[in-house]
Design a protein around this ligand. Structure first.
Ligand code: UD1
Length: 338
C-alpha cells in the first residue's frame, strides 16, 4: 500500500517513514526542504534498506498538489506533517504560518475529497490545551484560545478536518503530540534545528557539545516541586510508531468515528531540571546552565493522560527519558563529528 507522508524528511516525518517501511508500506515522501535536508533520504535508506519515493513539492502550490494526486492515483493514506512549528517566528510572521499550515491542509483535503474514501492522519499538538486545569490531560480537556499563531493553526487545522469529515468520506485521526525528543537509535536520522534551537533538548545537546556556551533555564519560580516547568517528553521513535498504528486503524476501518483524537505522550511529567539531571547521567558530563526569567507563553505543566491511546489505539510509549536523551546525544555527536 502506498502512503503519502508530507514533511517526510522532517524530524517526526522521517522517523515515521522508517516505521512505515519497516511495516511493509510503500512510502512517497513530499517535502519542500525548507527545514530539512535531502540527505535524510540516505539516512532512511541506511536504516531500512530502501529509499522512499521523493517529490520536492511545496504544498502551498495548489497546482503542484493537484498534479501530484493525478500522478499518484493509488494513495491509500496520508500522514500530514508538513508545517512550520516555531512559536516565536509565528508571532513575528503570522501570515507565513496561516499560509503554510492552513493552505497546504486545505489543498490536500480538496484532493482527498475527490476520492471514494480517504485516510488522513494530522499532526496536532498539546498546545491546543493551553494551560489545562487538570493533570494529566485527557483528550476531553477544553481547547483554550491559542497563545500563538502557530498554536492557532493547529486548532484551526483540527476544526477544518472535523468540518470536512461531516460531508466527505475522509476518515481522520488527530494526534496531539506532547514534547517529541530523541533520534533513531542508529543515529542515522534525528532532529536538525536551523540556527539557534528553540526547544530544550537540542539546546542541551548543542551546549554539551560546546556549540553553545550555556543553557538558559526559563524560570524556577513555577508552582512545581523544583520550580521549573513540567513537560511530557516522548521519544520520537515511539511517536512515529503511533502514526503507523493510527494509519492501520483507519485502513482496517477500526475507527469508531470519522474523526478521532489521541494524545501521544508518555504520561509522565519531567521538570527542566529533571531533564538536565537525566542528560548529565547519560552523557556522563555536567551541563553548563543558568536560571533566567520565564519565557513568555510557556505553560507551567503539561503531561498526557494516555489511557485512550493505550486502550483504544493500542499504543504505549516504550522508551524512558534516559533512552530518549541518550539517542539525542548520540545523534548530536554523530552529526558534529562528521
Ligand atoms: C514548544 C511550543 C509548542 C510546540 C513545540 C514544538 C512554546 C510555548 N511551545 O513546546 O507549542 O508544539 O515547542 O516544537 O514555545 N526551556 C528552557 N530553556 C530552553 C528551551 C526550553 O528552559 O532553552 C524549557 C521551556 O521553558 C519549557 C521546556 O523547556 O518549560 C520545554 O520547552 P520546548 O522544548 O521549547 O517545548 P515547549 O515549549 O513545551
Amino acid at each position: 500500500m502506498k502512503i503519502l507522508v508530507t514533511g517526510g524528511l522532517g524530524f517526526i516525518g522521517s522517523h515515521t517513514v522508517v516505521e512505515l517501511q519497516n511495516e511493509g508500506f510503500e512510502v512517497i515522501a513530499i517535502d519542500n526542504l525548507s527545514n530539512s535536508s535531502i540527505d535524510v533520504l540516505d539516512g532512511i535508506e541506511r536504516i531500512t534498506g530502501k529509499k522512499p519515493l521523493f517529490e520536492n513539492i511545496d504544498l502551498r502550490d495548489k497546482l503542484a498538489v493537484q498534479n501530484f494526486f493525478s500522478k499518484y492515483l493509488d494513495i491509500s493514506g496520508v500522514i500530514h506533517f508538513a508545517a512550520s512549528k516555531a512559536v516565536g517566528e509565528s508571532v513575528e510572521n503570522p501570515l507565513l504560518y496561516y499560509e503554510n499550515n492552513i493552505n497546504s491542509l486545505v489543498y490536500l483535503l480538496q484532493e482527498l475529497q475527490k476520492k471514494p474514501e480517504a485516510h488522513f492522519i494530522f499532526s496536532s499538538s498539546c498546545t491546543v490545551y493551553g494551560q489545562a486545569e487538570k493533570m494529566p490531560i485527557t483528550e476531553n480537556a477544553p481547547i483554550q484560545s491559542a497563545m500563538s499563531p502557530y498554536g492557532n493553526t493547529k486548532q484551526i487545522g483540527e476544526e477544518i478536518i472535523t468540518d470536512v469529515a461531516k460531508v466527505t468520506n475522509i476518515n481522520s485521526i488527530l494526534l496531539r503530540y506532547f514534547n517529541p525528543i530523541g533520534a533513531h537509535p542508529s543515529a542515522e536520522i534525528g532532529e536538525l534545528p536551523l540556527g539557534v534551537p528553540q526547544n530544550l533538548v537540542p539546546f542541551i545537546t548543542q551546549t554539551a557539545f560546546g556549540l553553545r556556551e550555556k543553557l538558559s533555564v526559563f524560570g524556577n519560580d513555577y508552582p512545581t516541586p523544583d520550580g521549573t516547568a513540567i513537560r511530557d517528553y516522548i521519544h520520537v521513535v515511539d511517536l512515529a510508531k503511533a502514526h503507523v498504528i493510527a494509519l492501520q486503524r483507519l485502513l482496517n476501518k477500526q475507527n469508531l468515528e470519522k474523526v478521532e483524537t489521541f494524545n501521544l505522550g508518555t504520561g509522565t511529567g519531567s521538570s527542566v531540571l529533571e531533564v538536565i539531571t537525566a542528560f548529565e547521567k547519560v552523557a556522563n558530563q555536567k551541563l553548563n546552565y543558568q536560571i533566567v526569567g520565564r519565557r513568555e507563553g510557556d505553560v507551567i505543566e503539561a503531561y498526557a493522560n494516555t489511557d485512550k491511546a493505550n486502550t483504544v489505539l493500542g499504543w504505549k510509549a516504550q522508551s524512558t527519558l534516559e533512552e530518549a536523551l541518550a539517542s539525542a546525544w548520540k545523534w548530536e555527536m554523530k552529526i558534529r563529528n562528521k
